[in-house]
Write a protein that binds this ligand. Sequence first.
Ligand SMILES: Nc1ncnc2c1ncn2[C@@H]1O[C@H](COP(=O)(O)OP(=O)(O)OP(=O)(O)O)[C@@H](O)[C@H]1O
Length: 539
Amino acid sequence: MVTMMPRPYLKMLTASKWISKVECLGAVRREESLGRAGGRVASAILHPRVGWLRNSNGDRDFGGWSWKNAEVGLSRVGHRHFCASVGTADVEKSAADEGGLTAPSRPTLKELCDGMVPQHILEKAEELGFKYPTVAQQDALPLLLSGTDCLLHAQTGSGKTLAYLLPILSKLVPRAAVQAVIVVPTRELGMQVAKVARTLMGKSLKSVDSDTEGKEAGKVAGKGDGKGTLTVMTLLDGGSASRQKKWIKAAPPQLIVGTLRCLIRLIESNHLRTNAITTLVIDEVDTLLGSAKEGNNLQNLLAVHTRATDRQTIFASATIPQHNRFLHDCIQNKWAKGNIEHIHVSPEVMMPLYLQHRYVICDNEDKLDMLVAVINEDCPRAAIIFVNEQNDKARRNGDTPATITTAEFLSEKLRLGQLGNGERERWEPLILEEDDHINQRVSTLSDFREGRCLLVATDLAARGLDLPEVSHVYNIDLPPNVTSYIHRAGRTGRRPIEEEQGFVTNFIISKELFVLKRIENESQSRFTPLHLDAAADRE
Ligand SMILES: Nc1ncnc2c1ncn2[C@@H]1O[C@H](COP(=O)(O)OP(=O)(O)OP(=O)(O)O)[C@@H](O)[C@H]1O
């Protein structure tokens, strides 16, 4: 099927099987991100922001190949995305590529941040595999590094953490004052962000213990001159308040990653002084502002305990419902300066293109059997199975939470040899939910990161968690709205440079089909039914 692509994506397309000439307007911003491998270009996906070619193995590659005059057959895949087949012979070789594949001419992270981020941090980033910026980082870093207040609005897994950490880390100086605060909604996300910050800052010199696990605060080498040291401290829900107060005094941090309740508690008890804060990041801002528990705390932190004029404020999330309203509120309520910039990366594409959304219609009582069948078919590298949190009524009645019934069902199937590939230990399901003790939550996540492959979780795991091994997400219960769906789905497909395929499968009863269709429309994605019988027949 060949489809015309509307402006501003491509122009001069002909409605024949092969498009004779493609000229890029908005669609392929960087010609150099088109590529070729092994002399054969098999397909291309035209993304409104990036264009790339895939070779016949599905690998992405870059080369000095010109997009112009390539023969492209376009077919529509979803609302705004187009799949293209590109004829090899007509892909024009650019003058820059005489000797085979060349490096892409888009800037490296080092080039993009040159002179604004210390070299040792950029070198560390490169060591970690962050050689080229993601699209979100390329769009955001110039503004973030200039000190402008920003609303960073980019897909899940697009690399927002590194984008806001680089400006922070490049400004910290080793004096005893808190200079930057990153607010996160959950303990798990806080630990993850702090870990990235510490890794970027370099080798740990010494570990200080502000929290129960003894791992969450660390002194790290600072500024590359070997003299000053910087401390990244976490102040997270579940940690001991007295220990946090003790450590903030004993090892004054320059950067704090915290949950609102802990931050406000320490500010109001005068253990945390805010007068030297020059950067304030609110990660997952929409969930914090939307929460009855946290909304007031956040507003107080933004406008009462600190002043927007004294700091750079960065709000980040993949979903900011009614973002214009939010920007208006920011200015009106003095949560940010009046010149706040909205960096909206790929606004036309709400979820990564390389996610595949599927659904299975079945009765409620068959959902778990269906789940087992789909898991056996998929054989995921790692998977998160989402269930809804237990409501208050069920809690009061003493009902068993869905996390436990699901995990027990899977365990039983595993015991009977009806689930997985025989590696019993690896397939034993883990559970992550709010009610677990924090030490249990820490060890669950670390087991999952270290190779266990099934995690049954509530929405506690939906925001921000970066588990790149997750190849599949299963929604046993449909999330209540498109925002939750986007975040759950975003736990897979988290390799922004590789664009590795991730699969999201929804188990619904027939009455829920209209809810799924609403999510499909609002997220501008395409959901396809999964027919298990057909799959079984193929075997
Ligand atoms: N420049 C880069 N090159 C390669 N990988 C990167 C780069 N920047 C970030 N990553 C990786 O991308 C993954 C997603 O990054 P990150 O967690 O910051 O996404 P995010 O935008 O915050 O997602 P979410 O909205 O779900 O919180 C991480 O595994 C991170 O290590």
